[in-house]
Design a protein around this ligand. Structure first.
Ligand code: BGC
Length: 258
């Protein structure tokens, strides 16, 4: 196991998801992972205590002693988790940042998982150096979203919970999980995603939409099929690392390292 050096501009990033908790040390100036990431299973039920134990195991594996940025798949406001669509309901209104900091005995910055991924794509990935309005959508268990305007992240947009197409929310209609659960072929899934992107295009007039999450590995199967949009649609570039990188950068900012 690589032991990362916490003295330079390196921060440990952790991405908490519904099924896995992944972490690695990140060079926050380049966005590079400085060691291969480690993935541990998310405990079930994913209570705060159980998740805290797994997060501790992860930082202990790297003998990490510096700042830690952590993502969470929920609304995160001033260190509290205010929703819990795909994790244990006991996270609703929990002081999550404090709970995780206490669990590992290190300073923690907590943010929404899609916000972290969005930040990473704008700084180092598919929307690097691009001006204007970028929406990053992550298609996984749920649908996560990030809105970045000229480099500034507008947090907790939750576009996956927009009512779409009708009587349901977008993440129950065109997430990666829905594609798997309903065994939708690309020809059946793509019109769902296209309709949702047209809805976002109409409501927010973004300059570009970046599609991330597990599905972005198969970009050639859906990106060319997205039509009738004013904005550009591109695949995310940082793939599975985006959350880890964005979390580390946000923690570095919070502690004044960058
Ligand atoms: C949650 C979001 C999260 C997304 C992706 C949604 O169900 O409400 O906060 O970003 O899933 O994990």
């Amino acid at each position: 196991m690589t032991t990362a050096n916490s003295s330079s501009k390196v921060v440990f990033g952790i991405d908490i998801g519904g099924t896995g908790i992944k972490g690695a040390p990140v060079n926050v100036e380049t966005g590079e992972l400085l060691a291969e990431r480690v993935r541990l299973d998310t405990p079930q039920p994913s209570t705060p205590e159980a998740v805290g134990r797994v997060v501790k195991e992860l930082v202990d594996q790297f003998k990490w002693t510096g700042a830690v940025g952590i993502t969470f798949p929920a609304i995160v406001d001033k260190g509290r988790t205010l929703s819990a669509a795909n994790v244990d309901k006991s996270w609703i209104d929990a002081p999550a940042e404090e709970i995780l900091a206490d669990a590992i005995g290190l300073p923690v910055k907590l943010l929404n998982d899609a916000d972290a991924a969005g930040l990473a794509e704008v700084l180092f990935g598919a929307a690097k150096g691009k001006a204007g309005k970028t929406i990053v959508i992550t298609l996984g268990t749920g649908i996560g979203s990030a809105l970045i305007v000229d480099g500034v992240l507008i947090t907790n947009t939750e576009f996956g919970h927009l009512i779409y197409p009708k009587d349901t929310i977008a993440e129950k209609y065109c997430s990666g999980k829905v594609k798997d659960d309903l065994d939708l072929k690309w020809k059946d899934f793509n019109p769902r995603l296209n309709g949702y992107l047209q809805h976002l295009d109409l409501l927010f007039s973004p300059d570009r939409v970046v599609i991330g999450g597990g599905i972005s590995k198969k970009a050639e199967k859906f990106i060319p099929e997205m039509t009738g949009l004013r904005c550009e649609v591109v695949a995310a570039e940082l793939k599975n690392d985006a959350g880890i990188v964005g979390a580390a950068v946000e923690a570095a900012r919070a502690c004044g390292l960058i």
